[in-house]
Write a new protein. Structure first.
Length: 211
């Protein structure tokens, strides 16, 4: 497995959601799965997936994967037209992030703004050839932006994803993120991907860590 340089989060490491989704896809995982990132995923580096569910760079443990018996729940649908402007346009810790970076012209360009109740919401037009790893990536950052604040960046530590159905290319979807709690350096969030008919297609719960 190789995380191509295009799919970065921070400039020199893989986007957490995309890397986790690629790991789950390459491992042939089905149903709700949890990926825990142990250290920043390297880019353009051959990584080994072990039968025990580990992702290795040589002898360095990058991530682990395991089946999750409990399906994550999603926030309720939210209207992106009611959201404030995306804070990342003016203050972004990683402006070239594949998912939410305004300086990433070939990224997913998902720009979640804050709703009046503190959740985030963003429109997302599904690109061509959006696989399961793309959905994992899309469920990542909108949750993070429910806790990211100026001068207080976070990175993904753990994410659990359940996909009921993949969206179709060209669909106009909505992603909603919500913070469910903060404990020390950890922030806990959940996200939902909704189809054009507001049907929930995929859900995620995640733990983010301040850096």
């Amino acid at each position: 497995m190789i995380v191509a340089a295009r799919f970065n989060g921070p400039p020199t490491s893989g986007n957490g959601g995309y890397t986790a989704g690629l790991f789950a896809t390459e491992a042939g995982a089905g149903g709700p799965m949890t990926v825990t990132l142990r250290q920043p995923p390297p880019l353009e580096t051959p990584l080994t997936i072990t039968p025990g569910g580990e992702l290795l760079d040589g002898d360095r443990l990058i991530a682990t994967i395991q089946a999750e018996p409990v399906q994550p729940t999603a926030p309720d649908w939210g209207d992106p037209t009611e959201a404030a402007a995306y804070a990342g346009f003016t203050d972004h810790p990683f402006p070239t992030c594949y998912v939410c970076g305004p300086a990433k012209s070939d990224g997913l360009r998902i720009f979640p703004g804050r709703l009046p109740d503190g959740r985030t919401a963003a429109n997302w037009t599904i690109p061509d050839q959006a696989g399961r790893e793309t959905v994992w990536a899309a469920l990542d950052c909108p949750g993070g932006w429910a806790i990211i604040a100026p001068g207080r960046p976070y990175v993904l530590g753990r994410i659990t994803v359940a996909i009921d159905a993949l969206p179709n290319p060209g669909d106009d979807c909505v992603i909603v993120g919500e913070c469910t709690g903060v404990e020390g350096r950890k922030g806990f969030v959940r996200t939902g991907l909704f189809g054009p008919d507001r049907r929930l297609l995929a859900a995620a719960s995640a733990t983010w860590i301040t850096v």
